[in-house]
Design a protein around this ligand. Structure first.
Ligand code: PRT
Ligand code: MG
Length: 214
């Protein structure tokens, strides 16, 4: 008998960059997930299914065993405060960096070493709070769900914490990077119980993904 394995991942960047990786690991969805409206997709391997969910929901599905495995950005994992979740493998896809940014005019004369209190708009409330608390800097954090780059332009905050890849979005909005918080990439995560109950099947899949990354 084969052991069923469910992999949770999100549409967008993770799926776009994850599909070629899965393909190299020998996993091919039987229909195009970028086009399909199905939320659970079969693959060429009868025991492996892909569950398509929102990026921020991946850790929740994996923690509660609704998926055995998940593919989630490190940004999402840092912000998630659950347990029963193992970070197994850096998949090295969907790479970017988490940065503090501020208006270019401010950045040219700003020194992060002199910061004592900051007003920051971000989607990453816990990560931001943790990062600055560790440095003894107080923060007033304004939670947003997207378009953080807009906040300084409309006076919502002086600074933002957001993901940066090419830097084009910051540039287009007159912002500049002032401090690096973390390098980000997507990781393979596993449910703790699945690690024990489905050890053999998981191990062989993880091995194949490991080779596909290398
Ligand atoms: O869309 P949904 O709300 O469901 O979730 P999501 O927005 O988190 O999904 P998606 O697909 O946009 O991002 C999924 C994951 O991709 C994130 O969790 C990150 O781990 C990773 N990733 C890698 C990025 C980027 N690069 C990235 N550049 N996620 C977002 N961006 C955004 C960034 O927030 C900013 O708005 O792209 C813009 C900056 O890009 P540049 O190239 O202009 O610098
Ligand atoms: Mg998005």
């Amino acid at each position: 008998m084969t052991t069923a394995l469910n992999i949770a991942l999100s549409k967008g960047r993770i799926l776009e960059e994850g599909l070629p990786l899965l393909e190299r690991a020998g996993i091919r969805p039987t229909e195009n997930p970028l086009k399909s409206r199905k939320l659970i997709l079969d693959t060429n391997l009868p025991e492996v299914k892909l569950t398509i969910i929102r990026a921020a929901d991946v850790p929740t599905y994996v923690q509660f065993g609704a998926a055995d495995l998940g593919i989630a950005g490190k940004d999402v994992l840092m912000e998630y405060e659950g347990d029963g979740l193992y970070e197994l493998l850096d998949l090295k896809i969907a790479r970017c960096r988490m940065m503090v940014a501020e208006p270019k005019s401010l950045a040219s004369r700003d020194d992060p070493d002199s910061w004592t209190r900051l007003r920051i708009a971000t989607k990453y409330v816990k990560t931001t709070q943790r990062h600055f608390a560790a440095k003894g800097i107080q923060t007033d954090i304004i939670k947003l769900y997207g378009s953080m780059e807009l906040a300084p332009l409309v006076g919502l905050s002086d600074r933002i914490v957001d993901l940066v890849d090419t830097g084009n979005t910051l540039k287009a909005n007159g912002l500049a990077e002032v401090e690096h918080i973390a390098d980000i990439s997507a990781w393979l995560v596993a449910n703790r119980a699945s690690m024990k109950m489905k050890q053999q099947a998981l191990k062989s899949l993880v091995n194949r993904l490991e080779q596909a990354v290398a």
